[in-house]
Design a protein around this ligand. Structure first.
Ligand SMILES: *[C@@H]1O[C@H](CO)[C@@H](O)[C@H](O)[C@H]1NC(C)=O
Length: 336
């Protein structure tokens, strides 16, 4: 991608974000969020609660998965056994050794935690935590390069997950976005047979995954194309896909609430470039609620970036939005 294309993208994104800003009630933004500090850790990108409602659990930059115990964070699990030198909160150069857990999802039947580790593939750990076991690290003889997010279909014992790129690792995410790389994939792992298949290939930065409430489709976020695709699992369109929503910014993760609506975390270009000057795009963090058929129901954002500078995930639970980020040293909590 050359500089003028980049500028075009920035201005197009700004225009869209400005138009979304107009629809936002300034009294109803995200600055009211409280924060849950992490001690000695950064980048709580993912959020999961176990089948007893305990948590949240989150994966952080040094490779650990932490569990919130009500008043403090406890070490819960790791995806690598070689963690002797994994003490720095943020060290992208050692992520392939220490692990970088991204997507987390509990299996409601077994209580096991499934983990998408950006470098170490799909893994699983029992309800008591500890060292996780790798399940999928290769596909057709080639290593997975950037495993990102997962969702579980516990009726069918199937796991959907994304490999963001077959070329660029997580620490090269920005080059991947700029290069227009579209080697991402939506994949499926069948627990009983251990079989792995590709449902959709050629995706531009394949990111968050979320199953619909009735399990008739699975959504996959294509970050660099600013859109969400819907892959049909049942019904007349089974095996086909279409565009579920086009978004004003760069969508990251997606999650479902108890009503079957979806929360999408949006990043602006300034955040992707790690520009802290709020004037460039005039927006920092945004969370968008979409209906089961892709209509925008609600937009919450921290326009001035007062509390939250970047959002990678929004998870609705117990009347609150739990907000994760790849860069912040805390989780955000917003009362709905
Ligand atoms: C995405 O969101 C889901 C649902 O909240 C969560 O389980 C998962 O860990 C998140 N993944 C990432 C990569 O943050």
């Amino acid at each position: 991608m050359n500089a003028s294309t980049l500028l075009l993208i920035i201005s197009a994104t700004t225009a869209l974000i400005v138009s979304v800003n107009l629809a936002v009630d300034p009294q109803n933004g995200l600055p009211k969020s409280e924060v849950m500090q992490l001690k000695g850790a950064v980048g709580p990108e993912s959020i999961a609660f176990d089948r007893n409602g305990e948590g949240p659990y989150t994966g952080v930059g040094d490779g650990r998965i932490l569990k919130w115990q009500g008043s403090y964070w406890d070490d819960f699990a790791v995806t690598s056994s070689q963690r002797k030198n994994c003490t720095r909160p943020f060290a992208p150069e050692t992520e392939h050794v220490c692990g970088r857990p991204l997507g987390l999802q509990f299996d409601k039947k077994t209580g096991d935690l499934y983990i998408a580790d950006a470098y170490l593939g799909l893994q699983v750990v029992g309800p008591k935590g500890g060292l996780a076991t790798p399940l999928v690290q290769k596909f057709q003889g080639k290593p997975l390069i950037f495993t990102n997010d997962i969702d579980i279909d516990d009726h069918d014992d199937v796991i959907y997950f994304t490999d963001t790129s077959t070329k660029y690792q997580r620490r090269q995410y920005f080059t991947s976005l700029l290069s227009g790389d579209s080697t991402g994939r939506l994949m499926k792992y069948t627990k009983s047979t251990k079989e792995v298949t590709v449902l959709l290939g050629g995706l531009a930065f394949a990111n968050g995954v979320a199953l619909s409430k009735d399990h008739s489709f699975v959504l996959v976020v294509e970050t660099s194309n600013s859109r969400i695709l819907r892959y049909w699992l049942k019904g007349p369109y089974k095996g086909k896909h279409d565009t579920f929503a086009e978004l004003p910014g760069f969508p990251d993760n997606i999650s479902i609430n108890s009503k079957g609506e979806f929360w999408v975390a949006l990043q602006s270009f300034a955040q992707l470039l790690s520009i802290s000057d709020s004037d460039l795009l005039g927006v920092h963090a945004a969370a968008m609620k979409l209906s089961e058929d892709g209509r925008v129901l609600e937009v919450l954002e921290d326009v001035e970036g007062k509390t939250l500078r970047s959002i990678s995930e929004v998870h609705e639970k117990n009347g609150k939005l739990w907000i994760g980020s790849v860069v912040m040293p805390f989780l955000g909590v917003y009362r709905l």
